[in-house]
Design a protein around this ligand. Sequence first.
Ligand code: PLP
Length: 395
Amino acid sequence: MLKPNTNYNNLKDSYLFFNISQKIKAYLQENPDQYLYRMGIGDVSLPLCDAVIKALHEGVDDQSIKERFHGYMPEVGAEFLRNAVKEHYAANKVELEADEVFISSGASDELGDILDLFDKSSSALVIEPAYPAYVDANTMAGREIIHLASGKDNGFLPEPNDDIKADILYICSPNNPTGAVFSKTQLKKWVDFANKNGSVILFDAAYEAFIEDEELPHSIFEIEGARTCAIEICSLSKTAGFTGTRLGYTVIPKQLVVAGMNLNSMWVRNRTTKTNGVSYIIQKGGAAVFTPEGQKQIHENIAIYKNNAKILSEALDKLGIWYTGGKNAPYIWLECPNGMSSWEFFDYLLKNIQVVGTPGEGFGECGKGYFRFSTFGSPEDTKIAAERLVSLLSK
Ligand code: PLP
């Protein structure tokens, strides 16, 4: 008899964004003339940069000319884009081979698909608060999940300890939702832990382009020993505004071997079976991100989001509210003032100053009492939201 995957029954309903939209809807019904300052969004608001748009147009034109037309692309990614990513890492002093880079349609797809490499009996450690897809993808696969809570005491950057027994270790740095970033010393502890225990780190580097402090690592492969224990998953979504265009890349070193099986070779086999590659046009646009002109332009956009972060951080500094993130990440994670719960603070901001953020408890139990601001909104709205926040909370 056909049986559904009953692991789906174990998924917790994600009430977070549903609740937020219900509360907003109810508020706007009662107050139809109010404008909302949306500091909760995880999507970018600036368009693709000119270098990317030009390359996308060229890609479209290529598809109209017999000699330049592309049919199926290599499943693992176009050579020109794999090389561009390799060169980008080399500029950050990380040496890769082009065939250690796999081009994807984005980090979400990869975070789910990559689990094919591991047996169902392997457990997954999720450092919380966390991007909800880590828990959900492993729940669907029926894996044991170990929740490692982090908090204010460790700056939301927990260290491994010998009590942890887990096979797959999720590390997201810069972190969504906390904006906290692991230092090289902190990451080295996780790398040593993984090598010692035969675990594999899935390093989510979706926000690496927001790092500005020179000593902080953009890639897990800046850490000695990572080539034998880590996979890095990255995305052009937040780096270059590809949330709707879809492009990412995954790095699997050739030295990554689990119980005699080479994960790079396994992933080649997986991709050649389960995908027919990413569109030529999109890869052509993506390659433009890694040109000097593309890098300059994407960093101009990132600077706008960073300025939003600065405005919000200054408001919180003025108010004496504890927070992390903002400097090397597009998220600010703050402690709700006056002992309010995440949802109380959400309602308080919505009703009094029409500012919308994201309650921290949507990212795991230990997010209770915390709140996330995103810096992807418009500079005008961010400035007004920050002013309103200061005048409301300094009363
Ligand atoms: N990883 C993290 C930590 C994210 O916050 C997101 C999106 O918000 C993703 C991955 C997904 O990125 P993509 O748009 O490439 O699927």
